[in-house]
Design a protein around this ligand. Structure first.
Ligand SMILES: *[C@@H]1O[C@H](CO)[C@@H](O)[C@H](O)[C@H]1NC(C)=O
Ligand SMILES: *[C@@H]1O[C@H](CO)[C@@H](O)[C@H](O)[C@H]1NC(C)=O
Length: 720
């Protein structure tokens, strides 16, 4: 301890002398010296902190295992308050409660222009205005109008409606409107391919499709295959002309349907708890997408449970909505905001910040315009935020870089709990000098971040904690459990864990003997993660076989979902996901290799933007496909004096492959990987893997089967 404290002081001393040369920071220096010196002198290193119990073991039914529940509630939670048993009831009651409070906000287009890129392609740039708000009362009226309008328009309420659109306010209005007529909504990822789209609409016999005008074109091209579709309602956009005549469909704009309903009110036909609210199609890693059937009770239970883990959530909160609503994570998050009476401002991934791709230079991104307090994110986006900030800081160089590094280190000590002391004061100081600028990228008001969809790297989590100054609640859940499974708590400053079970479910670990994960393992019980309770869905639409394979009902009637994930429980009741059943492959000599674990370790090489490891039982070693980041690789080539025609050529060069391989070996060794876990051969892939290409999911998780199929020849070459 003494040593590390000494070096701390030296660095801070050096930093103070550098500071005096920075004129722009002049006024800060006096405060800095005044505040920091006493802090350093009195800095106290905390001993072991008392461990807070977040989950407690519990006896559960069904297949034997190690069960856990949330420590704060003995009884599982199913509703946020009495009477809110369905989405329709929850929505109506919340709208009445918060009638005059602002609810949904959207930005109007002020100007659109096109900028030519270096390759001659045109890029759209938008100038968007301030948020324009509607109250809970106004939105409720629109929802009722839309519900009535649907019936008058000719939708048969005993058939299903699909929504196929980017996230926007009308998405939510259409969704809630349909529930007032007990209509099941089918949701489809906007990024799904044609086959998947046709399959989902056909399988659920959708008769009315609600979509944005952009995606309507896509649907139009496959109209002849959509046998059951009769009606189309499209969301107007600022520049769309009225649409007519596609296929034999009856077509109307969204606002026309609202008007129709306003003039012809129809009585509501409200659903009950066990009625199916949503059939959500998720991109499977193999074959056609599967539709997960969620009851009203499932969605409401998740919202009720998540409400309890976001500290102080309420009507003062402002949520920035930009992730796809066709994804359960965003749908659950927005349902939580409805429940809490918070405001939701809509944006998009391409207009999120002032420097986002689609934002006109000098105009505001969504976050600056909205100043949200809450935001949801996926790890891939947070990784990019981190990389972007690090790059910017490095570019600045000199004092700024130095200042940032010191501030980062100091704050990290506090955030990870190894230093107590007057941290409120020091936080103010560092925020003012260093982090305020970074925080302003997201509007400067973020107080809590939700993160889900995939595991978040520990260093990214820390980076966001420090730079954004807000805790991250990491959620763990699947479409099959309506997102609700586990959620890390705001005051938990550990990394890499997903928290205790949400109060709407129990989580149990079941031993997996072949994989070597047992509930009797020491020091922590390990096994397959199995989730039981109110958010566990009814299964897959039209696929009893698959449903029975992964959903089981126990003697008390509780539904359990077998996730295929491997986890372990820490002594405080928090879950950590450590592996994936599918991703564990046995090599020729009998060693097990965990693809995900190794990929995560190798991803820390600076030459890796994306990596897929491949292993099979016919070989004693593994191989990998690596997508390198253009800039980094080109910079290296320049410094190493490598000549090349284009990027693809650079990727094929022996020198390049060897450089990347050395880097992988080094980070692999640092991460204590075994020799057989480090790829014996690699191939560098010049083109990035995107959701549009179907090679990664919307949350940027690898889709192994499509990757393996597409790069079959490359993989074969590596084994040759
Ligand atoms: C649509 O579903 C029906 C069965 O409900 C099936 O016979 C038909 O082949 C499907 N059409 C397409 C284009 O998938
Ligand atoms: C809601 O619709 C479903 C399916 O169309 C039906 O089975 C159920 O009985 C309806 N619920 C009510 C309360 O009418």
């Amino acid at each position: 301890m003494g040593d590390s404290e000494g070096s701390e002081q030296m660095e801070v001393g050096g930093f103070l002398s550098t500071l005096t040369v920075a004129k722009s920071y002049g006024p800060a220096v006096a405060i800095l010296v005044a505040v920091t010196l006493p802090l350093i002198l009195s800095s106290m290193f905390a001993g072991k902190k008392k461990v807070k119990q977040r989950g407690v073991p519990v006896e559960v039914g069904g297949e034997p295992g190690f069960g856990m529940r949330n420590a704060r509630s003995k009884k599982l939670v199913d509703v946020p308050w009495e009477g809110a048993t369905t989405m329709a009831a929850l929505f109506e009651q919340s709208c009445k409660k918060h009638s005059h409070h602002r609810f949904l906000g959207t930005r109007k287009l002020i100007d659109r222009s096109f900028v030519a890129g270096s390759d001659g392609r045109k890029f759209e740039k938008l100038h968007l205005g301030e948020y324009q708000w509607e109250t809970f009362g106004q939105v409720f009226e629109r929802v009722c109008n839309f519900a009535s309008g649907l019936i008058h328009f000719g939708h048969d309420p005993d058939t299903r409606i699909a929504i196929f659109s980017d996230t926007r306010a009308e998405w939510l209005i259409a969704f809630e409107g349909s529930f007032r007529q007990n209509i099941t909504i089918v949701t489809i990822y906007a990024s799904l391919g044609d086959d998947a789209l046709i399959h989902s609409l056909n399988e659920t016999k959708v008769t009315t499709l609600i979509c944005d005008s952009k995606l309507l074109k896509k649907v139009g091209t496959v109209s002849s295959s959509l046998e059951t579709l009769k009606n189309v309602i499209y969301f107007e956009s600022d520049n769309s002309e009225a649409l007519t005549n596609i296929g034999d469909w009856k077509i109307s704009s969204f606002s026309e349907v609202e008007k129709l309903g306003k003039n012809n009110p129809v009585n509501a036909r409200l659903p009950i708890k066990k009625d199916i609210a949503v059939i959500m199609y998720t991109s499977g890693s193999t074959g056609l997408p599967k539709g997960v059937m969620m009851s009203h009770g499932n969605v409401v239970a998740t919202a009720a449970a998540v409400m309890t883990v976001i500290p102080g959530i309420g009507t003062n909160d402002v949520y920035l909505a930009y992730l796809p609503l066709a994804h359960i994570f965003e749908l659950a998050a927005e349902t939580v905001m409805i429940t809490a009476g918070s405001s939701i401002g809509y944006g998009s991934a391409l207009t999120l910040t002032d420097t986002s791709n689609k934002i006109q230079k000098g105009t505001m991104g969504d976050a600056s315009a909205l100043k949200p307090t809450l935001m949801a994110s996926v790890p891939a986006i947070l990784d990019r935020v981190r990389d972007g900030v690090v790059k910017k800081v490095k570019e600045k160089g000199g004092l700024i870089t130095k200042l940032f590094n010191i501030a980062y280190k100091r704050r990290l000590l506090v955030v990870d709990g190894s230093w107590l002391g007057a941290w409120g004061l020091e936080k103010l100081l560092w925020d003012a000098i260093v982090f305020k600028k970074i925080q302003s990228i997201l509007g400067g008001q973020i107080r809590f971040m939700l993160c889900g969809g995939a595991p978040l790297a520990a260093d990214t989590q820390r980076f966001i904690n420090v730079c954004i100054g807000a805790p991250i609640g990491q959620g763990y859940g699947l479409t099959e459990t309506c997102a609700g499974a586990a959620f890390s708590e705001a005051d938990d400053n550990s990394v890499g864990r997903v928290g205790p079970p949400l109060p709407c479910v129990y989580i149990k670990l079941v031993s997996w003997d072949e994989g070597g994960y047992l509930t009797s393992d020491k020091p922590m019980p390990r096994g397959e993660v199995v989730i039981g309770g109110f958010s566990v869905t009814a299964g897959y639409f039209n696929n009893e076989e698959k449903t029975n394979e992964v959903f089981k009902v126990d003697e008390s009637g509780m539904r359990w979902f077998y996730t295929g994930d491997i986890g372990r429980f820490h002594p405080d009741g928090c879950l950590e996901i450590i592996d994936r059943k599918k991703d564990i492959v046995k090599l020729q000599h009998g060693e097990y290799i965990s693809l995900g674990k190794v990929e995560a370790a190798l991803a820390s090489s600076r030459y890796v933007e994306n990596i897929m490891l491949h292993a099979d039982p016919f070989h004693s070693y593994c191989v990998a496909l690596v997508v390198p980041p253009h800039q980094v690789l080109e910079q290296w080539a320049q410094s190493a004096g490598i000549n090349y025609k284009d990027f693809a050529d650079l990727c094929d060069k022996k020198e390049t492959i060897s450089e990347v391989q050395q880097s992988l070996t080094k980070v692999g060794k640092d991460a204590k990987l075994d020799k057989f876990e480090i790829p014996a051969k690699i191939k560098l892939m010049p083109d990035p893997w995107t959701p549009e290409s179907g090679l990664v999911t919307a949350a940027l998780k690898l889709k192994r089967e499509p990757l393996k199929a597409k790069f079959k020849d490359d993989l074969q070459m590596l084994y040759a």
